[in-house]
Design a binder for this molecule. Structure first.
Ligand code: NAP
Length: 166
């Protein structure tokens, strides 16, 4: 972000902070921010939540998640099942994920969501769905226990530095 962009972001944060001081909003959240942008924002205002793209197949916001955890800021991983379309299809059809899900008596979706729930205490998971069947499946992720071997396998197969396929 250039100087103009930084100045606009700082001005925007000033307005939002004033709105919070007036009692118009409860807490300030950010979306699609880099770690650097987050650090600039926390120097100006109290930030309670960050919402960034984050899932097994795309962990580029790992540094933002870590920074949020250290600062007790909630982190909402949007698209927790992967970016809609081919990326999501490929993730949910991944053979390693499927085999692991079968071993744990869960579905690939539930393992992908459980991995997020186990990753850090500040993760707030809100996978959107229009169907009751998916809602029930997603809620079931809370009951999936990932043992050490399962977590190690996911870390090996979906390394943090790996970027989402185009
Ligand atoms: N800040 C941003 O830039 C940004 C970007 C994206 C999203 N968001 C927000 O973040 C929140 C969560 O976003 P999201 O991506 O999780 O929700 P979303 O955008 O509503 O999309 C969820 C998608 O996953 C599918 N899905 C859900 N459960 C599934 C399951 N069990 N099996 C297969 N497919 C399933 C849904 O399809 P079905 O309806 O068929 O289940 C839907 O296509 C929302 O409030 C959204 O508005 C913010």
């Amino acid at each position: 972000m250039g100087h103009g962009g930084r100045a606009r972001a700082s001005q925007w944060l000033g307005f939002i902070r004033a709105a919070r001081e007036e009692g118009l909003i409860d807490g300030i959240g950010l979306s699609n921010v880099s770690r650097r942008q987050l650090l600039r924002a926390v120097a100006q205002a109290e930030i309670v939540c960050v919402q960034n793209l984050f899932n097994l197949a795309d962990q580029r916001s790992r540094d933002v998640l870590t920074e949020c955890e250290a600062r007790h800021i909630a982190f909402v991983p949007f698209c927790p099942l992967g970016w809609p379309g081919e990326v999501r299809r490929r993730l949910l059809a991944d053979p390693v994920l499927a085999a692991l899900a079968a071993r744990l008596g869960a579905t690939p979706v539930q393992v992908a969501l459980a991995w997020l729930l186990h990753l850090a205490p500040n993760i707030l998971l809100i996978p959107g769905t229009r169907t009751r069947a998916h809602l029930a499946e997603n809620l079931g992720a809370a009951d999936v226990r990932l043992d050490d071997a399962a977590r190690a396998e996911l870390t090996r197969h979906f390394p943090a530095a790996k970027e989402a396929a185009p």
